[in-house]
Design a protein around this ligand. Structure first.
Ligand SMILES: *[C@@H]1O[C@H](CO)[C@@H](O)[C@H](O)[C@H]1NC(C)=O
Ligand SMILES: *[C@@H]1O[C@H](CO)[C@@H](O)[C@H](O)[C@H]1NC(C)=O
Length: 257
C-alpha cells in the first residue's frame, strides 16, 4: 500500500531541482535567467533554456518581491546577479534608493532540464525541447510601415501621424525595440480617448536571428485568425491592416507569469 502511494506521487509531480546543483553556464542577461540544466536522464544530458524575470518581481517599498506582472524595473537600478541571487538598488515609497536582494531559486528551478517558474502555479514542463539556442542577446525591433492612427472615439489628433511610410518601406517607418516575448503587442494608449495604431507592413529584426517568431493579428486581443507571419529582415505587407503582434521564443523560454 505504501509503495503504491509513492508511485502515484512520483507520476504526479515533476521534481524541481536546484539551479546551482544541476545547471552550468548560469547567466542573467536582459532580465532572462539562462542555464544548461541536467535532464536527469544521465550525468551529462542538458537542455539550454531561459526564464524571463522581468514580469515576476515588484518593488514593494524598496524591497524586491515576487509578483505576477510586477514591473520592478521602473524604480530599481544597478541590478546584479551572483549565484542565484538578484540584487538591485530600489526606491522605497519615501527616502533614498536602498539595496535589496531576492533568491531566484524561491520560484525558479530545473524541471527535467528546463528552467521554469512556478510563481502562479505548478511549472509546466514542455513536451519536447527546442534545439534553438537561447540567444546571446534577446533584443529585437519591429519596424512598421503605412501606419494609421485609429480612435474609436474619433479623436481628431489621430490624423496627425498618417502614414509614416509607404507599405513597402518599413525602413522609413516607425519602430521600437523589445527583449521579451509578448502575447499581443500593440501601440495603444489613452488620452483619455482610446487611440491605437494599425499598420499595413511589418519588418522584424533581431539581434540573433532565428530566436523569435512574429505573428500579426488584425484585432486588439490577437485572438482572431492571424493575418500572417512576419519573417525577419523582410518588410511583409498584409492584406488587411494589422493591430497586434505576437512574439514567441523559438528557443526554450518560459516567459508567461
Ligand atoms: C516552487 O518551487 C520552489 C523551488 O524553486 C519550491 O521551493 C516551492 O515550494 C514551490 N512552490 C509552490 C507553490 O509549488
Ligand atoms: C485609419 O484611421 C482612420 C481614422 O482614425 C480610421 O477611421 C480607419 O478605420 C483606419 N483604417 C484602418 C485600416 O485602420
Amino acid at each position: 500500500m505504501v509503495r503504491q502511494l509513492a508511485v502515484i506521487a512520483a507520476l504526479a509531480t515533476v521534481a524541481a531541482a536546484g539551479i546551482l546543483s544541476d545547471c552550468t553556464n548560469i547567466d542573467f542577461r536582459e532580465k532572462w535567467l539562462v542555464a544548461d540544466c541536467l535532464t536527469g536522464k544521465d550525468a551529462s544530458t542538458r537542455i539550454n533554456s531561459a526564464v524571463f524575470i522581468g514580469n515576476k518581481l515588484t518593488n514593494n517599498d524598496g524591497n524586491l518581491q515576487w509578483q505576477a506582472n510586477g514591473g520592478y524595473a521602473t524604480y530599481c537600478r544597478d541590478c546584479t546577479f551572483a549565484g542565484t541571487t538578484y540584487t538591485c538598488s530600489c526606491r522605497p515609497n519615501f527616502g533614498q534608493y536602498k539595496w535589496t536582494s531576492i533568491n531566484l531559486e524561491e520560484h525558479i528551478a530545473n524541471y527535467n532540464g528546463f528552467l521554469l517558474s512556478n510563481l502562479t502555479g505548478p511549472a509546466r514542463t514542455p513536451s519536447r525541447a527546442s534545439t534553438v539556442p537561447v540567444p546571446a542577446s534577446f533584443s529585437y525591433d519591429l519596424r512598421y510601415a503605412a501606419t494609421n492612427c485609429t480612435s474609436p472615439e474619433d479623436y481628431y489628433e489621430c490624423n496627425d501621424d498618417l502614414p509614416l511610410a509607404q507599405p513597402g518601406d518599413c525602413a522609413n517607418g516607425g519602430g521600437l525595440s523589445l527583449n521579451y516575448a509578448v502575447d499581443c503587442f500593440k501601440n495603444r494608449w489613452y488620452f483619455p480617448w482610446e487611440v491605437y495604431t494599425t499598420f499595413q507592413s511589418l519588418q522584424p529584426g533581431a539581434a540573433v536571428s532565428g530566436a523569435w517568431e512574429f505573428t500579426v493579428f488584425g484585432d486588439l486581443e490577437c485572438s482572431g485568425a492571424p493575418l500572417g507571419k512576419a519573417p525577419e529582415g523582410a518588410c511583409s505587407k498584409f492584406a488587411e491592416f494589422g493591430v497586434g503582434v505576437r512574439v514567441e521564443p523559438l528557443f526554450n523560454g518560459d516567459w508567461r507569469v
